[in-house]
Design a protein around this ligand. Sequence first.
Ligand SMILES: CC(=O)SCCNC(=O)CCNC(=O)[C@H](O)C(C)(C)COP(=O)(O)OP(=O)(O)OC[C@H]1O[C@@H](n2cnc3c(N)ncnc32)[C@H](O)[C@@H]1OP(=O)(O)O
Ligand SMILES: O=C(O)CCC(=O)C(=O)O
Length: 377
Amino acid sequence: MFPERWNVEICDVTLRDGEQTPGISFTCDEKMKIAGMLDQVGVDVIEAGFPTVSPEEKRCVTAISRMDLDARICCLARARPEDVEAAAAAEVDMVSLFIATSDLHIKHKYKKPREVVLAGALDMIDLARDHGLAVRFAAEDASRTDPAFLKEVYRAGGDHGADLVSFADTVGCLTPLEMYAVMSDLCSTVSVPLCAHCHNDMGCATANTITAAAAGAFQLHTTVNGIGERAGNASLEEVLVLLNLKGGVVRYDLSHLGELSAQVSTSSGLPVPRNKPVVGDLVFSHESGIHIAAMLEDPATYEYLPPALVGRERQFILGKHSGTKALRYITASLGHPLTDPQIARMLTLIKERSEHKCSITPTVLKELIHLVEEGRG
Ligand SMILES: CC(=O)SCCNC(=O)CCNC(=O)[C@H](O)C(C)(C)COP(=O)(O)OP(=O)(O)OC[C@H]1O[C@@H](n2cnc3c(N)ncnc32)[C@H](O)[C@@H]1OP(=O)(O)O
Ligand SMILES: O=C(O)CCC(=O)C(=O)O
């Protein structure tokens, strides 16, 4: 089902769609810092913002364009001359020019026949190209669009010189199987490279993005920590790890993902869930005795994603679910090779304490070792 090495690139939209998370606004300094870190990871395109939003946003997109990053810089624009002019003035490499294409959106937002909406958008592609901009022509709510009209939109966009066309699952309504079917069909009939822009309303954004890639999509849209409108977007860190382990795409530097995630968390004020794949602080920690006993033989028994791949370290934690082998290993590595009875006694104490919601911190651990060594436990 999957090609051996996927031909993909990443367009990270943290600074645009990520910032559309209700209540979030990055300062220009924060945006520039995040852009620099995205560049260190090696993302191919950074969507730096939506210049029409405000003069400050326009200034900031321009500042990011001038950072001389390796990544190409793009920005969002509606199909309106003022938005395209603003994109050109912000000195981006590429404009992400969008129109909603579903009948539902067209009826309630534009109140014009869809052919008229499309014709207006094609004029804006021409205008953008006259400014020397590369064009990504995006179909908002593509996943709820009449498939025949969607193909017409992409074909016409291509005829007007769009470099990429985007399929947005704007309301996150697809499952991976549905994404595979629609993206395979589009990739076999549309001559312009396709982008996949997936929202996470039903928890499928990452799965849909990676499935779109497997079906032939070229440009994958992500946000750091998966932030974005409502339930967010496909998460950069999850998509990059999947590309590495499943798609043979090893050119991104995953070792920076932790610091990037922390920066976006600080700048957005959105904490990273402790069990968030790849970047959560618990996701390379183990407590279960049965797991640790096996991992002491071979960590691969309970670790598919090696922590070192993403610059992290494995941790063994003691608690209610600990077993003898884990405890013996941990105490010995702290320089306290305990006897079997001491280990058994200490394990009982650890379980009792944990059941009373006491974490086995390094201090508690030292205290317990001391107790059993003294025979007072
Ligand atoms: C799927 C996406 O994520 S799309 C991006 C969504 N992001 C945002 O909306 C965040 C930034 N938005 C803003 O700051 C403001 O909404 C602005 C500056 C863009 C526009 O503000 P306003 O001029 O006050 O318009 P308002 O937000 O009330 O309505 C949106 C207008 O954009 C139009 N519009 C929406 N999408 C498009 C499009 N792709 N092409 C052309 N026009 C569009 C609507 O039809 C509506 O036009 P109208 O005012 O003539 O009825
Ligand atoms: O497809 C794109 O590039 C952007 C569209 C978008 O942001 C959305 O529909 O949620």
